[in-house]
Ligand binder design. Structure first.
Ligand SMILES: [Zn+2]
Length: 511
């Protein structure tokens, strides 16, 4: 018998929204927050950071049982567990004793699931029957509600993901408390004092100086995990809100650099492709920024980009690995290894046939099980990233295995404008297509310095195509690329021959 202090206090009762409201800022509704969960999560993450491999496995096992049992309240997952257990366990969606039996099933018996299948049955994928796709969609349609608590108790994050399937992910107060603790204590280096692991230590010494200033450069117009997390923090901690900034990646590079120079953040968080472009601006003297640390995630971070960004800014670069399905999957230690938070997630690298691959081998995809969140269970969820688990232990002595991630690998597109060369970031183009044109299944290819090919599925009608053209035209014009033509390519989006992955934003002839 175990007692997990972070288990929900009773059968899925929501956390008290008033707890969050107490901290509400400037009259706006507060972000989801539960002080008791936060205290427990901080204690647990602290002690988990010093546990050995057996201790970490024990914590994961308890939590997995708890997750499987509670997931039975979501019809979609009850169905998956019934299929995994066969007739012998009964119907875990209807009987508590069957749910307890389902909780004993080995994880590997459960069929993996992807984003599209989860979204198609969204209402049934959640354990709280008050959550419906209709309600969530009306909530996320309003950008003014970014960072606010949905139904007074959940964070809502939207994503596009590597495969181009959109996703909507709800996080409960416990999950948010765990992410907060993992990011500040583990990634921030606070649970390993004196080892130079993180910026958080510096910030605690001088929280009111420039050391506390943070800027995230990314897509800011929707309920994406990055911007929604910053907005949630700004709502929860009004005294620190002035030092937390989000900077839109959609604006022209010149104004983006000016905005960053005005903010002077100590920590800059963004995507590797964006950081590489900013590094070139820094070297050219068009950006003066001198951050103490740069945090990169969301795409593959190559050694070349890490080196270039480190040298251009003269500061430490740290990789993070998270997703809208789970904000804190892995953290980078002082040796540069990306350690998986195995006490809070289960990551299974798999081949194309969903069979496990051994350490040292690049996987086709990776299955994620999030042990912290109950409202929308993430259970053997196909994340789409290729990862390689390091076969040797890290010299830092941490018992959590480390890995390398090859996530999204979209290209930066380079065009010639009237005022010179312009680099367009893949995330900016994806945001234009998804948010403004409402299209997720597409491919943009820079054929040459003045031609952008647009590929859509054959099913896309003339109106959808025209909407894409209009959105792209507006964006290209705003970047000073009035002469760049958008040309229809009758072919559908094409996957890479070797990896089978789709680069939605690609450059170069021959694609
Ligand atoms: Zn390490």
């Amino acid at each position: 018998m175990h007692v997990d202090p972070l288990a929900p206090s009773d059968s899925g009762a929501p956390p008290d929204p008033a707890a969050g409201a107490l901290w509400g800022a400037m009259g706006r509704p507060a972000g989801p927050f539960d002080p008791w969960q936060s205290f427990n999560a901080a204690c647990d993450v602290w002690s988990g950071g010093h546990a050995d491999a057996a201790g970490l496995a024990r914590r994961a096992r308890w939590r997995l049982h708890d997750l499987l049992e509670s997931a039975c309240a979501a019809p979609l997952h009850a169905e998956r567990l019934r299929a995994a257990g066969g007739a012998s366990i009964g119907d875990p969606g209807r009987s508590p004793s069957a749910a307890r039996r389902a909780a004993q099933l080995p994880l590997a018996a459960i069929e993996p699931i992807g984003r599209a299948a989860t979204l198609a049955r969204f209402d049934e994928a959640c354990t709280d029957r008050a959550v419906t796709l209709e309600r969530v969609e009306s909530f996320i349609a309003d950008p003014a509600r970014i960072g606010e608590a949905f139904l007074g108790r959940y964070a809502v994050w939207t994503s596009s993901g590597t495969t181009g399937s959109p996703g909507i992910w709800l996080q409960d107060a416990r999950a948010l408390a765990v992410y907060d603790a993992l990011e500040t204590l583990r990634f921030g280096g606070f649970d390993r004092p004196g080892r130079g692991a993180g910026w958080f230590e510096d910030w605690l010494r001088a929280p009111f100086g420039t050391a506390g200033r943070y800027a995230m450069v990314g897509a800011t117009g929707g309920h994406f995990a990055g911007v929604a997390s910053v907005e949630r923090m700004r709502r929860l901690w009004p005294w620190a809100a002035a030092s937390m900034h989000t900077v839109s990646i959609l604006q022209p590079l010149r104004t983006l650099c000016a905005e960053l120079d005005a903010i002077e953040p100590a920590v800059l968080a963004t995507y590797p492709t964006a950081a590489a472009v900013l590094a070139a601006e820094r070297r050219a003297g068009r950006l003066r920024l001198r951050p103490r640390e740069i945090w990169l995630g969301g795409e593959q971070l190559t050694d070349a980009v890490r080196r270039e960004v480190t040298e251009a800014f003269g500061c430490r670069v740290r990789e993070t690995y998270g997703a809208s399905e789970c904000l804190s999957i892995a953290w980078e230690c002082e040796h540069g290894s990306l350690h998986v938070n195995t006490d809070w997630v289960v990551l299974e690298p798999v081949d194309r046939a969903m069979r496990p691959v051994p350490p040292g081998t690049a996987s086709h995809s990776v299955l994620l099980t999030n042990l912290a969140n109950r409202v929308q269970p993430v259970l053997r969820h196909d994340l789409g990233d290729s990862v390689t688990v390091d076969p040797a232990p890290c010299p830092c002595g941490c018992a959590m295995p480390s890995l390398r991630v090859e996530g999204r690998r979209d290209d930066v597109l380079v065009f010639e404008g009237r005022a010179g060369t312009v680099r367009l970031l893949p995330l900016a183009l994806v945001t234009v297509m998804e948010d403004e044109a409402g299209t997720f299944d597409f491919q943009l290819v820079a054929r040459d310095a003045s031609t952008l090919l647009l590929r859509l599925q054959p099913a896309a009608d003339g109106i959808a195509r025209a909407t894409c053209h209009e959105a792209l035209r507006r964006y290209l014009d705003s970047q000073g690329l009035v002469d760049v033509r958008v040309v229809d390519d009758p072919r559908p989006p094409m996957h890479e021959a070797v990896s089978g992955k789709l680069r939605r934003v690609a450059s170069g002839p021959g694609r």
